[in-house]
Design a protein around this ligand. Structure first.
Ligand code: ZN
Length: 91
């Protein structure tokens, strides 16, 4: 096993994760209610090992923006998931 190759592989997966929806504040997952933020976060899988997340903190760093700090239950990789609250009220 080559550690260098493994690290590069993980780096690619991390890059992809940061570019996927919810992986950065520039690419938040849109939700219609703060009540579903943690449900959505819990439904996502670790991009490295496909494991489930353990949810830690749910914070609102800006108006309409939510961040959920998680770690993977399987490989213990920490991640922050980003959500944007959008109104979806019927007219
Ligand atoms: Zn994992």
């Amino acid at each position: 096993m080559s550690g260098t190759i493994a690290r590069d592989f993980v780096g690619d997966r991390e890059l992809l994760a940061s570019l996927s929806p919810g992986g950065s504040p520039e690419r938040p997952i849109k939700v219609t209610s703060a009540a579903v933020v943690e449900v959505r976060a819990a439904a996502l899988a670790c991009p490295l090992c496909n494991g489930e997340y353990r949810l830690h903190e749910h914070v609102a760093p800006a108006s309409g923006l939510r961040r959920v700090d998680v770690t993977c239950r399987h490989c213990s990789t920490p991640r922050s998931l980003w959500f944007r609250l959008v109104s979806n009220e019927p007219n």
